[in-house]
Ligand binder design. Structure first.
Ligand code: AMP
Ligand code: MN
Ligand code: MN
Ligand code: MN
Length: 280
């Protein structure tokens, strides 16, 4: 059985499709031995995941993927080894979860007024699933209502910028949110740095700001990264003195290209952030 780790995954407590127990069963079947659950802006799945991991002999890391913004762009930060007793973090999580619920309602309104479809009903369905609602919930509801063929089509037709359901969103500033998260966890990790639409110079500035505000690592090795992305982000980590994390960003077993625990090894000279999690 291979010895794998995965430090970025989602359950149905946010926009993943599996329960924490089913996610853990899948991780166990893949040979994952160290697993973090990192749902968007919630830790509500972590207790169930911890119990399932203990039963499966997997080391568990309580995590979260926090929504923040930097220079007006949404930036995700994964917190690993979360302290459940941190009141400051709990308040930040509540604030962002509320912003997410309000955003779903605002998007529903726009879909109704600008898109001329049953947007309020779509929003209600997206909220019905429980958990922290994301645009993925809206995309799935749009498919269920017959307004899109699949989730990607729903983003392209209704939700993306310049589409009828686009609503600008304001997340907490990285400079405020990151120090709070960093104090309440073992390691704050800049999620999927290769995916942001930033110039090389802006990405270097983001990584430098991230390190200065208490960030520990970049996701250097992820499912979906090209070899070029991998080299570029590894160089950025070395340059900023940041460690490296690995994760699949797993959401859905029906998506075959990001199975739990599969991505390239961290390159030489990158300190694995997992070392900080030895007894998390
Ligand atoms: P958000 O609510 O904006 O944080 O988006 C929630 C999730 O939807 C993300 O974590 C992605 O999994 C997915 N997503 C966001 N934007 C897109 C897009 N343009 N196309 C497809 N999926 C997206
Ligand atoms: Mn997601
Ligand atoms: Mn993300
Ligand atoms: Mn994610």
């Amino acid at each position: 059985m291979p010895d794998l780790l995965d430090l970025h995954t989602h359950s149905h407590h946010s926009d993943g499709v599996l329960s924490p127990a089913d996610l853990v069963a899948r991780a166990a079947a893949r040979g994952v031995s160290l697993l973090a659950l990192t749902d968007h802006d919630t830790v509500t799945g972590c207790d169930a995941a911890r119990v399932a991991c203990a039963a499966a002999g997997i080391r568990f890391v309580a995590g979260i993927e926090m929504s923040t913004q930097w220079r007006g762009q949404a930036i995700h930060v994964v917190g690993l080894g979360i302290d459940p007793a941190s009141a400051a973090l709990a308040a930040q999580i509540d604030d962002v979860a509320n912003r997410r619920r309000e955003r779903v309602l605002a998007i529903g309104e726009r879909l109704a007024t600008r898109g001329r479809i049953a947007g309020r009903e779509v929003a209600a369905a997206a909220l019905e699933a429980g958990g922290v609602p994301t645009r993925m919930h809206l995309a799935r509801a749009l498919v269920d209502f017959g307004f899109a063929d699949d989730a990607q089509h729903a983003f392209d037709k209704w939700l993306n910028r310049d589409r009828p359901g686009h609503v600008p969103v304001v997340w907490p500033e990285l400079a405020d949110a990151l120090p709070r998260l960093a104090r309440a966890c073992r390691a704050a990790v800049l999620a999927h740095p290769h995916r942001y639409r930033l110039s090389g110079g802006a990405l270097r500035q983001l990584a430098a700001d991230f390190a200065a505000a208490g960030g520990a690592a970049l996701e250097v090795s992820m499912a979906g990264m090209s070899p070029g992305d991998h080299d570029r982000i590894a160089s950025l980590a070395r340059r900023c003195g940041l460690e490296g994390s690995v994760g699949s960003d797993f959401h859905d077993p029906a998506v075959p290209w990001n199975p739990l625990g599969r991505f390239a090894k961290l390159p030489c000279g990158i300190v694995p952030v997992a070392e900080r999690l030895a007894d998390a």
